[in-house]
Design a protein around this ligand. Structure first.
Ligand code: HEM
Ligand code: HEM
Ligand code: HEM
Length: 438
C-alpha cells in the first residue's frame, strides 16, 4: 500500500508541470500541420517594451523545408524563429528580424544572445521539433493580452539540412502564412522550466523519468499540441489552449486597427487643419464650426475604436499613445466652447478677446499634438516605413499649406482685416469688405 502511495505521489509530482498552461496554435486542419505553442514563465519581464523569458515550441513534419513563428502583426518589424533540419538529427533555430517585411528576414544576432534550443528538440520519426527558450524576446502586446498578435509561415519541400543560422530560405507560398493571436492569459507557466517535455503525450509514468524524455530520441512524438484541444476543461495543458485556436480573431483586430488609424489619421492630418484653413480663407465662422464639429465627431468615433482596440490587445493606458491620445481628444472637446465664446464676444465688440487668441492658439497646438500622437500610433502598430512616410508627407504638406495661408492672410480679428493695416500701413479696405460673414 505504502509503495502504491509513493508511486501515486511520484506520478502527481511529475504531473505538476502539467498544470501549467500553454497556448497552442495549429494553422491547418490536416494532421500534418505545423504546430506552435507558447508559455510564459512566472516572473517573466516580457512585455511590449521589455525583454523577458518565453518558451516557444515549433513542430512540423520533415516534409516541410522550414517552419517559422513570429512575434508581431506582420512580417515587417517582427521577431521570427525559423526552424529547419540541420542534417544531423537536430534542428537549427534561426532567430530573425522581419525588417521592412516581404523579404527574407535577416539573422538577428542580438536576439540570438538570449535564445536557447532546449533538450527535447530534434528531428525524430519524421517530425522536426524545436523547444526554444528566449530571454531577449519582446511581445507585440502585454504579457496578459487575450489577443497577442503573432504570425506563422511555412514552406514544404526537401529538408534544408544546414546548421547555418543565416541559411537563405525560400519564400513561403501565397497561402502558407497566417496572422493570428495567442490568448496569453492561457499561457502562464507554473515554473521557469521547459514546459513542453512534460506535456508530451507520453504516459505520465514515462514523463516522470523526465531525464530520459529530454533526449530527442526518447521523446519520439515531440508534438505538444497533438493531443486534442477538444476538452477545454481538462487538466491537460494542451486542452488549455484558447478554444478559438482555429478561428483566431486576428481579422477583427486588424479591422479595428485600420478603422482607428484611418479615421484618426484623416481627422487630425486633413479635417481639422482644412477646417482651420477654411476659417482663415473663406472666413465663414459657422461653416468653420460645422466642419470642426464634424471632425470632432469623427475623432470621438476614432477614440471609441482606439479604446476597443486597446482593450483587445491589452494596450489601454500602458503606452504613451493611448494615454496621450485620450488626453488630446478630451482637450479638443473644450475647443468648440472657446470658439463659441469668441464668436459671441466678437459679434458684440467687433474685436478680438482673450478667447479669440485662446481658441486660435489652443487649436493650433492641439492639432500639432494630435498629429504627433498619430505618429506614435504608427510606431506602436509597427506600421510599414511607407505608411509612416505617407503620413509624414501629407502632414508636412498640410502644415506648410496652413503656415503659408496664415502668413499670407494676416489679419487682426474674426472675419479678417477689420483692423488690419495694408502693406503700406493703411487700412486694408478690401479686407474690411470681406467681413460680412461674421
Ligand atoms: C525568404 C523569406 C520570406 C520571404 C521572401 C517572404 C515574402 C513575403 C511576401 C512577398 C509576402 C506578401 C505575400 C502576399 O501578400 O501574398 C509575405 C507575407 C507574409 N509573410 Fe513572408 N516572407 C518570408 C518569410 C516569412 C517568415 C519566416 C514568416 C513567419 C515567420 C513570414 C510570414 C508572413 C506573413 C504572416 C505574411 C502576411 C503578413 C504580411 O504581409 O507581413 N514570412 N511574405
Ligand atoms: C489623437 C488621437 C489619436 C490618433 C491621431 C491616433 C492615431 C493612430 C494611428 C495612425 C495608429 C496606427 C494605425 C495603423 O498603423 O494601422 C494608431 C494605433 C493605435 N491606437 Fe491610436 N490614435 C489616437 C488615439 C488613440 C487612443 C485614445 C487610443 C486608446 C485609448 C488609441 C489606441 C491605439 C492602439 C491600441 C493602436 C494600435 C497599436 C498596436 O496595435 O500596436 N489611439 N493610432
Ligand atoms: C473642435 C472644434 C474646433 C476647432 C479644432 C477649431 C479650430 C480653430 C482654429 C485652429 C482656428 C484658427 C484658424 C487660423 O489659424 O486662423 C479657428 C478660428 C476660428 N474659429 Fe474655430 N475651431 C473649432 C470650433 C469652432 C466653433 C464651434 C466656432 C463657433 C463659431 C469657431 C469659430 C471660430 C472663429 C470665429 C475663428 C476665427 C478666429 C479669429 O481669427 O479671430 N470654431 N478655429
Amino acid at each position: 500500500m505504502k509503495r502504491w502511495l509513493q508511486a501515486y505521489g511520484l506520478v502527481l509530482a511529475s504531473l505538476a508541470p502539467l498544470t501549467a498552461a500553454i497556448a497552442n496554435y495549429t494553422p491547418l486542419s490536416s494532421s500534418t500541420s505545423p504546430k506552435y505553442s507558447v508559455g510564459i514563465p512566472p516572473g517573466s519581464t516580457i512585455s511590449q517594451s521589455t525583454k523577458g523569458g518565453i518558451y516557444i515550441s515549433i513542430t512540423a513534419p520533415t516534409s516541410y523545408q522550414w517552419v517559422g513563428l513570429g512575434i508581431g502583426r506582420q512580417m515587417a518589424g517582427s521577431t521570427m524563429f525559423v526552424v529547419y533540419a540541420d542534417g544531423a538529427g537536430n534542428v537549427t533555430v534561426s532567430g530573425r528580424n522581419g525588417g521592412q517585411g516581404h523579404n527574407e528576414p535577416a539573422l538577428d544576432t542580438s536576439l540570438m544572445t538570449g535564445v536557447t534550443v532546449l533538450a527535447g528538440s530534434g528531428v525524430a520519426n519524421g517530425v522536426m521539433t524545436a523547444f526554444v527558450h528566449c530571454t531577449t524576446c519582446t511581445l507585440a502586446s502585454t504579457a496578459s493580452s487575450t489577443s497577442s498578435p503573432w504570425i506563422a509561415a511555412w514552406n514544404e519541400g526537401s529538408s534544408i539540412n544546414s546548421k547555418s543560422l543565416s541559411y537563405s530560405i525560400s519564400q513561403h507560398g501565397g497561402n502558407a502564412f497566417r496572422q493570428f493571436s495567442f490568448d496569453l492569459t492561457k499561457s502562464t507557466l507554473s515554473s521557469d522550466s521547459n514546459p513542453f517535455v512534460a506535456s508530451s503525450p507520453s504516459p505520465p509514468s514515462k514523463v516522470s523519468s523526465s531525464g530520459a524524455s529530454l533526449n530527442p530520441t526518447a521523446n519520439p512524438s515531440p508534438n505538444p499540441t497533438s493531443s486534442s484541444s477538444s476538452d477545454p476543461d481538462s487538466d491537460d495543458p494542451d486542452s488549455q489552449s484558447s478554444s478559438n485556436d482555429f478561428t483566431p480573431d486576428f481579422k477583427t483586430i486588424e479591422q479595428y486597427l485600420k478603422a482607428h488609424g484611418i479615421i484618426m489619421g484623416v481627422t487630425v492630418v486633413l479635417l481639422f487643419p482644412l477646417g482651420s484653413i477654411f476659417m482663415r480663407t473663406v472666413r465663414h465662422p459657422w461653416i468653420h464650426a460645422a466642419i470642426q464639429i464634424f471632425s470632432l465627431c469623427a475623432m470621438i468615433v476614432g477614440l471609441a475604436l482606439g479604446v476597443k482596440l486597446a482593450q483587445f490587445t491589452s494596450m489601454l493606458f500602458n503606452n504613451s499613445h493611448s494615454i496621450f491620445g485620450v488626453v488630446v481628444v478630451a482637450l479638443f472637446m473644450i475647443q468648440p466652447v472657446l470658439g463659441l465664446i469668441h464668436h459671441h464676444l466678437y459679434t458684440k465688440t467687433q474685436s478680438r478677446s482673450i478667447f479669440s487668441h485662446l481658441h486660435v492658439w489652443y487649436g493650433r497646438i492641439l492639432m500639432i499634438l494630435a498629429v504627433l500622437n498619430g505618429g506614435f500610433g504608427l510606431r506602436l502598430a509597427a506600421n510599414s516605413k511607407k505608411g509612416e512616410i505617407a503620413y509624414g508627407v501629407v502632414a508636412g504638406f498640410i502644415a506648410l499649406l496652413y503656415a503659408s495661408v496664415v502668413l499670407l492672410k494676416r489679419r487682426g480679428g474674426e472675419g479678417g482685416g477689420r483692423r488690419r493695416l495694408g502693406v503700406f500701413g493703411k487700412r486694408d479696405k478690401d479686407a474690411g469688405q470681406r467681413d460680412a460673414s461674421s
